[in-house]
Design a protein around this ligand. Sequence first.
Ligand SMILES: [Zn+2]
Length: 782
Amino acid sequence: MKQNTEMKLMAGLWLAVNAVTGSLSAAITPVPDKVACAVADHQAFTQPDQLHLTGWLGSRVEANEANRLVKIDVDRLLEGYRKRPGRQSWDGEHAGKWLHAATLAWVNTGDPALRQKLDYAAAELIKCQQEDGYLGTYLEKDRWTEWDVWAHKYNLIGLITYMRYTGNRAALPACRRMGDLLCNTFGDEPGKRDIIKAGWHVGMAPTSVLEPMVLLYRLTGEKRYLEFCQYILRAWEHPNGPKIISTLLSVKRVDKVGNGKAYEMLSCLNGALEYYRTVGDPQILQACLNAWKDIVDHRLYITGAASYGELFHDDFDLPNVANVGETCVTVTWIQFNAQLLRLTGEARFAEQLEHVVLNQLLGAQKCDGSAWGYYVQMEGKKPYSSTLDGHCCLSSGPRGVALIPTFAVSTDAAGVVVNLYDAGTAKLSLKDQTPVTLVTETRYPAEEQIRITVGLAGEKNFTLKLRMPAWCPAASVQIKGQPVALTPGPDGYVAVQRSWKDGDPVELRFKLEPQIVVGDHKNSGKLAVLYGPLVLAADADLLGDQLQGTRAVAFATADLAALAVTPEPAPDKFRTWAGAQVFRVNAIPRQASKSGQAVTSLPIRLVPFADVGTSGSNYKVWIPIGQTEGNLLLEEKESRSRRGNASGSITDGDPDTFVVTFDGKPAAEDWFAVTLAAPADVKRVVFVHGKTFHDGGWFDASAGQPQVQVQTAEKGKWETMGVLKNYPATTATSAAGLTGGERFTCELPNAAKVLGVRVVGKPASGDDPRQAFASCAELMAE
Ligand SMILES: [Zn+2]
């Protein structure tokens, strides 16, 4: 009932706003472009004042504005500009990213406090521009070395967005002067600098300035800005360039573009699509479509995250924990899908948007909107932070949420398109300017009914396009009680063309049910549970007394009926919105020997990825199937003396993945350790050898066989219990035939209650005495 009242109030507010401006649908008239685009969008960019969401998405959009964007300390954003250099090399990016997100949020809410802050920030930022147009945070001697073209990119995006929607044209000369400085500084004519050398990641960081330079060209009609964009496209293909378009057209793999850095690459591709829209070069669209397909088919996590260690890697190389899911990548992936959706009008991009927004994006945003996570991985803790220091992602996340109203509902040549389902009101204009209102009532994704009421002044023939979620096994649509045939068109939408009247109801039902995804590649032997569009995860806060931590959880089976996944209202701690739910599921203890009994079903509650780990607790998406009799260290916490450069694990039950201690330096000692969440009786330790290389990867036994040590108190002293029996007579330079996968055991004299186990020895150097390292595939205990 409350929702309805709010919606009526919202509708009333709208009438008032519109009466003042006289606009039919949007309250704000943006400053128009001078240059028309060569390619017409299939779906319109929805100006955020046209769509007010009041459901789950709406609560996150509102929290983003109220608890993050309006609370930002503008003087902190400007600090590095007022007193150069900035406190870190990319400190300049936050101002423009905030201006972009905060402008969109202000257009959405009309919040006068945010507008005041925007006006102050824009005016003060412009005051920091230097005589020649420079608006970065570097000292003159250090210009164009790392991240200052990048900062200009964000200042252009921020100020152009601010100017476009506030109508405050004072920002335009500042943007022109930035654009002119870039045009005068960089180019392939003699006497100009090479932009590829002006920043990181094979020049992908500086050349991503393409996006706002296209916008500046459209806004001003100045040809030199377009020529600069064409220079960037040439520079990409220079011998020292990242070869973005050519690689995506030939090899069709994003991990082969430049150095594979995901955030910078997607930023470049978003600029490339803006260029395509403006100029219409079909090769560029094809390259971007190839990139999209490659990411979706080979390089996307189950939550919609892309990249680990901030890079795209080999096919299906998707570890759960390895600096996974940088939020900047999540947001540029959202922008990329939104661009492709507008340009092609195809539902498959909206499908990705629903998935990444409802899972990875909302999972990176703290539920109250106040903080963001940098890497939001498939397991671990959410690293929420609200400072900007060293955190590119903390100014990116709010941009992603502020963009939701721009694509959730849209219009096309035939009528209206619904991409994302959330309660709220959309005030749209058809192509012939006929105003249409859609009022959506639902608690989706907590309930399967969605009611959309069409609002019109009179009768009107147009098409309503509805996205049928790909995850949904059984959908139904009724208009005024009459069922609609659900045959999607070539664009993937179910299109209903008819003569609509004011008040016509559209009733949708997307059957919500659990689904299991059996893991493959790095997650073989594990499964993940989905419910409707939501990816679920175990949360240490909801495991009860019998399971200590998410590592102690397993499923007995991959049989959906036996798991008996059932939604329940969320307990207070997880009640992040009115429809918040958790999901009861039958789990078992991972360790048979720890519980001292056979498989016992223990009901636990899974939490949507968006809400999991909210209180700082540990969470985990991929849960092992089956109990383990043997290995007490399985899935426990691992560490080693040196980080090394291999991404495996020694507690994943998979001896094919290994870790090393390689860092290019010698060392007298190396160790591989596992610490347990709860003490266990250990009788035997098994060390599975990792890979040996020409320059090391084994222990040098001439200094003594590798030792097995245990820890009996948390952070206690390591005590030696024995050595790895039968470890061969290796030396610093000879592996004595060891190649990898061999097992060495150590019986413990007295079965001890231990909290930690480690193997220690002297690393070997092979043929390169300047360094030494060891390797381990798995450390096990019985
Ligand atoms: Zn980031």
